[in-house]
Design a protein around this ligand. Structure first.
Ligand SMILES: [Zn+2]
Ligand SMILES: [Zn+2]
Length: 282
């Protein structure tokens, strides 16, 4: 289903999400526009790396190895700042501070985008400029996301998504943000929070602590919303949200996640933590 139409559907069901879904739509459309004309260097994999992947369970590359189209990312950053400014007063204030720092040359945007993967560096800059770290990180990550996804697409053919079965991404080593049930048999996949790659895992499995014991893995869902589920692990007290695509037309999982923040609140009230929070909750 087209993003626009799905967003309309979701807004009708839960009007309270209207503002955040509109914001999502604008950002996503800006990102998709950039994707068409990206210039990304090819990723050359060393043979040893691939051997390590097979033998030791290392990811193919690391987060900082993704080639970025810095020009396109910088342009997107500006667009996202504009969208943010028009979206709510808090974002507007943050964007004002960021623009000021760029104008005063306290921030070199292109350099910062290159270093965006190193969250410590971003934290440091945010502190110096008294910025809201979450907003700042969100803007940086969202601006480089199209490049990162294009890099992941380059590497897709190097891997078999069905055989990895681990709790972290075989492409970049990051943790998953969501789990997805697909096909009639309900095969379960994880979605990488960083590069967007999807890989298969066992139905009964906590990706954060590798727990496979039935007794300590549960799930909960809201009545009338059985396509969304929170998978809880009593060993590590963490959870992952699962979207059941067996009863849902193809739709952007990040959007579905954003439209079900009430489930995250429910899980948090029960004392469970989400290792990779939804980045849109800024
Ligand atoms: Zn990844
Ligand atoms: Zn666990």
């Amino acid at each position: 289903m087209e993003l626009k139409n799905r967003i309309e559907q979701l807004k009708k069901k839960r009007p309270g999400y209207g503002e955040i879904l509109n914001f999502y739509q604008m950002v996503k459309e800006a990102q998709d526009k950039v994707k068409a004309s990206l210039k990304i260097d090819p990723i050359r994999l060393k043979k040893e790396w691939k051997e390590l992947l097979a033998k030791e369970g290392f990811s193919l590359i690391q987060k900082e190895d993704f080639p970025l189209d810095i020009e396109a990312s910088a342009k997107l950053f500006q667009t996202l700042c504009q969208i943010g400014k028009d979206s709510n007063p808090h974002m507007a204030e943050q964007v004002r501070k960021i623009k000021e720092a760029i104008d005063n040359k306290r921030i070199d945007l292109k350099k910062l985008l290159k270093k965006g993967v190193k969250e410590q560096r971003i934290d440091q800059v945010a502190e110096e400029l008294e910025l809201d770290k979450k907003v700042f990180l969100f803007l940086i990550h969202s601006s480089t996301k199209p490049s990162i996804e294009a890099g992941m697409e380059q590497l897709r053919s190097e891997l078999d998504p069905e055989t990895w079965l681990k709790g972290y991404c075989p492409v970049c080593g990051s943790l998953p943000s969501l789990s997805l049930l697909k096909e009639e048999t309900g095969k379960r996949y994880l979605l990488c929070s960083y590069c967007g790659y999807q890989w298969r895992i066992d139905r009964l499995y906590c990706p954060f602590c590798n727990n496979k014991e039935q007794e300590s893995l549960h799930y909960l869902y809201a009545e009338g919303e059985e396509i969304y589920r929170i998978d809880l692990c009593d060993k590590c007290h963490q959870y992952i949200k699962t979207i059941d695509y067996r009863n849902l037309e193809e739709s952007d999982p990040v959007l579905e996640d954003l439209a079900t923040l009430h489930l995250d609140i429910l899980a948090s009230q029960k004392g469970y933590k989400r290792p990779v929070p939804n980045p849109w909750t800024i």
